[in-house]
Design a protein around this ligand. Structure first.
Ligand code: AHG
Ligand code: MN
Ligand code: MN
Ligand code: MN
Length: 336
């Protein structure tokens, strides 16, 4: 396959208003540079002092890993200088991250999970960076306010992730399909490797942490039972695959099809609305899923329609092949 870079692909294949292309390309290229820096250290984890805990807790009440903090600092440092943002938000920061006045601003807003799946980093399992890009409709040259940023996922202008694993891959959409690029470390470029990714209409894999079975609601228990014995005729059951890194579980779902689920559970009050965060986990992946022909739902509502009330708002997430997500929604509506 001829080497197609991200910039070339963006200019040739993504319908962008001419004015925006330059600024968006700047944003994406800085994001890619941050991804390469994080990838370099993820690939050396274990050799450099970057694994283990920092000894601090974040707004989520999670123990922060050294790589969580490193990835967060790299992204904030790089993106503040991109000259195209008027505000940022991160899983690791309680509040909106302003762009300091010494840096030029633009009308884009960037929200990100700097390192997703960080519990897995010490055991060499894939982790990733998830990002969501919005435009500030009220941009007047100054910084974005929180209300400028609390917008539903349907307003995202772009979304994607960089996954650090056996290879480093960038998967993103600007609303014109989903495209994957693999980092060629010998030239330091992400090259097109998965053009026009689409999720199979129906899958054979379900992905959920069954350890929480006793804390799920009835519809979730009913649907997971169904995956074990579809239609009760001892038909071919689905396979269960669960990595515990959202980016890795989602990437497999995008390529192979099936469904990833993180339902709400009634054990931990912090997870009564699910564990995953709407603005920088569920929404960006929901845009990718829909752009690839799949669906993303809370079980009751389309993820992309939810207007956030808080930067770190959590939602239940059912995402993947159309057939399986529709089955979840039908099951929930039976209990409505
Ligand atoms: P993060 O590392 O960004 O905090 O996200 C962790 C999330 C997500 O990656 C994964 O799907 C989920 O935690 C796994 O949670 P459980 O360990 O409860 O299954
Ligand atoms: Mn975390
Ligand atoms: Mn995460
Ligand atoms: Mn994270």
């Amino acid at each position: 396959m001829p080497q197609v870079t991200v910039t070339e692909h963006l200019l040739l294949h993504q319908k962008q208003s001419p004015s925006a292309t330059g600024r968006f390309t700047m944003l994406l290229n800085e994001l890619i540079l941050a991804g390469k820096i994080i990838s370099r250290d993820v690939n050396k984890a274990g050799l450099v002092d970057i694994v283990g805990f920092t000894g601090t807790e974040n707004i989520q009440g999670e123990k922060v890993k050294k790589l969580d903090r490193f990835a967060n600092e790299v992204l904030i440092h790089r993106m503040e200088r991109a000259g195209v943002l008027c505000g940022m938000a991160s899983e690791e920061n309680a509040d909106l991250i302003p762009i300091r006045d010494k840096f030029p601003k633009g009308d884009y807003m960037l929200l990100f999970d700097p390192l997703d799946g960080s519990t897995n980093i010490d055991v060499n399992i894939n982790v990733g960076t998830i990002f969501s890009i919005l435009r500030n409709k009220n941009f007047d040259g100054s910084g974005a306010s929180l209300s400028d940023m609390l917008r539903p996922g349907v307003e995202q202008v772009a979304a994607g992730y960089i996954m650090y694993g056996s290879s480093t891959i960038l998967v993103y959409t600007t609303g014109n399909g989903v495209h994957g690029f693999t980092l060629d470390p010998s030239v330091g470029e992400f090259l097109l490797s998965h053009p026009n990714l689409t999720i199979p209409e129906k899958g054979k894999i379900y992905s959920v942490n069954e350890g929480y079975w006793n804390y799920w609601d009835k519809p979730t228990q009913e649907i997971v039972s169904w995956f074990k014995d579809p239609d009760g005729k001892r038909g071919a059951p689905y396979s269960l695959r669960y990595i515990g890194s959202l980016v890795a579980d989602f990437h497999r779902t995008l390529i192979y099809g099936g469904i990833f689920m993180y339902p709400a559970d009634n054990r931990d009050p912090a997870k009564s609305k699910g564990k995953l965060r709407l603005m920088y986990e569920a929404s960006p992946l929901a845009m990718l899923a829909e752009q690839a022909g799949g669906m993303a739902s809370t079980g009751k509502r389309r993820i992309l329609d939810i207007v956030p009330e808080d930067l770190h708002q959590r939602v239940p997430l059912f995402i993947g092949s159309r057939d399986e997500v529709q089955k979840i929604q039908e099951t929930y509506s039976k209990y409505a």
